[in-house]
Design a protein around this ligand. Structure first.
Ligand code: SME
Length: 152
């Protein structure tokens, strides 16, 4: 699989989805569907920041059942929220405090979506393979998260 070519087409598809629709849930539901269909992944989805509860709350996703809430600073997602930076986890067993929603997950990438500099949601992707994600994924997925940020 030529990942770059696949990402080019994913980027185009997400851009055109966003041009035709500005509803938050509709677009956050379709985005994981586009990514999940294109690559061989275990789980693709979003967590929303709930400032009132100081937790992330599960949003639209594709894949198996997932944890509904993650505390600030906990797991990969909570850490990305706290630090405001994307995280590549080549081996989930080596990430201190990793939250295993599925025992099948071996590697993970998490990217924060920011609005006016504040993290408002998290894009989380899990793979059944070790070392599935690299810097190119981080760049492409960060572009997607930037495209989505206007929805919040
Ligand atoms: N592994 C994540 C939890 C979310 S699930 O992977 C869908 C974490 O450590 O934050």
């Amino acid at each position: 699989m030529n990942k770059k070519k696949e990402y080019d087409s994913v980027q185009k598809m997400i851009t055109s989805l966003l041009e035709g629709e500005n509803n938050l849930i509709a677009n956050l539901a379709n985005t994981p569907a586009v990514i999940f269909e294109r690559f061989e992944l275990l789980w693709v989805g979003f967590y929303f920041v709930s400032e009132a509860e100081n937790q992330l709350v599960l949003g639209p996703f594709q894949g198996p059942l997932a944890c509904t809430r993650i505390n600030y600073g906990k797991g990969v997602c909570g850490t990305a929220w706290k630090d405001g930076e994307g995280i590549i986890v080549p081996d989930v067993d080596s990430f201190p405090g990793h939250i295993a929603c599925s025992a099948l997950s071996k590697s993970e990438i998490v990217i924060p979506i920011k609005k006016d500099g504040k993290v408002v949601a998290i894009l989380d992707i899990d793979s059944e393979k070790n070392d599935e994600f690299n810097q190119d994924d981080l760049v492409e997925l960060t572009k997607i998260c930037k495209k989505l940020s206007f929805l919040f």
